[in-house]
Ligand binder design. Structure first.
Ligand code: F6R
Length: 607
């Protein structure tokens, strides 16, 4: 949700900023802008639309300089327009911001009453006017930024540059991500690592309430609350710039789906001892083991992984479990107990609702565990324990490989708890651990369903509604399949528990409505077949994900996507791939913007 980039050094700042913003475009893409110190003047360029629009504008405007900040926006306050695009400049000081200033309305009223003139509808502009008000009281830029920040409530990462201070710029952070890239005679800032990889792998992650003064060869960090200087901790990230390249795939989403077999292997590496059929406790160990209930909190796709996790914890570990939307959980005063374990799932580790829920739960003294993909992200750092999914950077806005890795961690964790609590027999445990090793091969095989999916996808590009049905552990898979389709193809899709269909949704079914049914061989198949027949007798077009060789079920369907047989607990992995590919190919054939669908952003850092 908005990306920030900043640069100081010998290079052409404009080039570095545009390159970085391109790599951050997944965070927001409705408008963008840069401010570059060109001689003694801060020059601003802003454009509505993607970074390419800004580039075209910059082709006409001759801006050059070695210090600048940039921003790519996902609109929250004020529609996408040039005026609302960042940077916002007041009296030679430009600001870019990621996050939300919750008390902006009262600050704006105060500032207007003192004579400030606002040019945008954004919350960000109050930061510019606040800084200006402190500068006009005689404070220097650094002090003025601190004074302004102390007035702000909400989440922010900001970068500030001034015409009067050509040797440095300032960044600060509170609950929105910001990292500093350390170079030789040059320094960078960005909202996320991929933006920095072409330039440096040495990074400093800013923590909450930190402010940094960044010059060509120095980074000084201070605590905003007390002004105490903090020694920067530089870490070297082990990532290649190619993580932010499509490497021959048409879209990042496609590349990321095809990475899934490897992601599955990476995520279990060192956590499962295949030879001894054991789970290795180190990272999976949760500080307290004597909890009596698990509460899983997440949003969107991560919530769907959480729903599968609920199933795992109940079926395998025999621990009562609930899965909750973070945005609902926070505001309904849930009854929590000291012997609950709260698990927070987030790919980005920055989702505002999930982060807010984690803060609330921590305040109650309840043990917390995060399952995150992004290292050192806010949620990962705040929770008592963290287990990282090792999906690598996910750039496609629609989450694919991270969902598989989250679900995999939940399955490992449920097995770990079950082993420790003795709720699983030796044989069953061995069988499931063995199934883990078969999975990467099975997933590779499952990717071969793509050719059939590509063949049938054109039949559905004009569909207006889709229904996804699943039962048991495959019900959340149906929800996730429907979410994927709607977010990238803009086709309305609903996921239902197959048994619920007859209680209402069946009224929607006619010959124009494709019904995608998850119907692998397993305990639910007979019941699912009844649901297939119910839909079929109402004229629905039936697409099924079925077990290879199940001719009986295949005969009932109009289209059958055949996947390998696997244990029921592993079916979510095998079934999700064709659903992701189906959404991808329908969207691609419709010509939508698959990696950056309208109205969405990869990391939702506002509530
Ligand atoms: C959908 C999608 C979103 C995210 C949700 C939570 O494809 O990606 O629904 O799952 O915004 O994001 P994280 O996992 O980063 O907390």
């Amino acid at each position: 949700m908005c990306g920030i980039m900043g640069y100081i050094g010998p290079k052409d700042a404009k080039e570095v900023l545009i390159d970085g913003l391109r790599r951050l475009e997944y965070r927001g893409y409705d408008s963008s802008g840069i401010a570059v110190l060109d001689g003694a003047e801060l020059r601003i360029a802003r454009a509505v639309g993607k970074i390419s629009s800004l580039e075209s504008l910059l082709g006409k405007e001759k801006i050059s300089g070695n210090l600048g900040i940039g921003h790519t926006r996902w609109a929250t306050h004020g529609r996408p327009s040039e005026n609302n695009a960042h940077p916002h400049m007041v009296n030679g000081v430009a600001v870019v911001h990621n996050g939300i200033i919750e008390n902006y309305a009262e600050l704006k009223r105060e500032l207007i009453s003192k004579g400030s003139v606002f040019r945008s509808e954004t919350d960000t502009e109050v930061i510019s006017h606040l800084i200006d008000s402190y500068l006009s009281k005689g404070e220097d830029l650094f002090k003025a930024v601190i004074s302004a920040i102390r007035r702000l409530e909400g989440a922010f990462a900001i970068a500030v540059v001034s015409e009067k201070e050509p040797d440095y710029f300032i960044v600060a952070k509170n609950f929105s991500p910001l990292i500093i890239g350390v170079g030789e005679g040059e320094n960078f800032v960005a909202s996320d690592i991929p933006a920095l990889l072409p330039y440096t792998r040495r990074i400093i992650t800013l923590s909450e309430n930190e402010i940094a003064k960044i010059s060509r060869d120095k980074t000084e960090i201070f605590d905003i609350r007390n002004g105490v200087q903090i020694k920067p901790e530089i870490k070297t990230v082990d990532m290649s710039p190619s993580v932010a390249e499509k490497e021959g795939h048409k879209h990042f989403m496609h590349k990321e789906i095809f990475e899934i077999p490897k992601v599955f292997t990476d995520t279990m590496l060192g956590r499962i001892d295949r030879e001894n059929s054991e789970l290795l406790p180190d990272e999976l160990a949760v500080r307290t083991m004597d909890f009596s209930r698990i509460i899983i909190v997440a949003c969107g796709t991560s919530y769907h992984a959480g729903l599968i996790g609920k199933y795992y914890f109940e079926q395998i570990s025999k621990i009562p479990a609930e899965a909750e939307f973070a945005s609902e959980f926070r505001y309904r005063n849930p009854v929590l107990k000291k012997d609950d374990l709260a698990i927070f799932i987030s790919q980005s580790g920055e989702t505002a609702d999930t982060l807010g829920a984690l803060k609330d739960v921590k305040e109650l003294g309840i043990p917390t565990l995060a399952i995150c993909n992004v290292m050192n992200s806010s949620i990962a750092r705040l929770a008592d324990n963290v287990i990282y999914t090792r999906a690598g950077i996910e750039i496609g806005v629609a989450s694919t490989k991270a969902f598989i890795a989250q679900t995999e961690v939940l399955l490992m964790l449920s097995l770990f708890f079950a082993s420790r609590r003795g709720t699983i027999g030796e044989e069953e445990r061995k069988r499931l651990i063995n199934e883990f090793s078969r999975m990467p091969g099975i997933l590779k095989n499952t990717l071969k369903t793509e050719s059939y999916i590509k063949e049938i996808a054109p039949r559905f590009i004009r569909s207006r509604d889709f229904i996804y049905l699943g039962r048991g552990i495959n019900f959340p898979v149906a929800l996730e399949g429907a979410l994927k389709l709607k977010e990238i193809s803009y086709i309305h899709a609903e996921g239902y528990a197959a048994g619920e269909m007859k209680h209402g949704p069946i009224a929607l079914i006619d010959e124009d409505v494709p019904v995608l049914v998850i119907a692998n061989r397993g305990s639910n198949l007979k019941k699912i077949i009844s649901n297939i027949l119910e839909a079929k007798s109402r004229g629905g077009i039936l697409i099924g994900v079925i077990t290879k060789g199940d001719e009986e079920t295949k005969r009932l369907l109009d289209f059958a996507i055949e996947v390998d047989e696997t244990d029921e607990f592993f079916q979510p992995f095998v079934n999700s791939l064709p659903l992701q590919l189906m959404a991808y190919h329908i969207a691609d054939m419709k010509g939508t913007d698959v990696d950056q669908p309208r109205n969405l952003a990869k990391s939702v850092t506002v509530e």
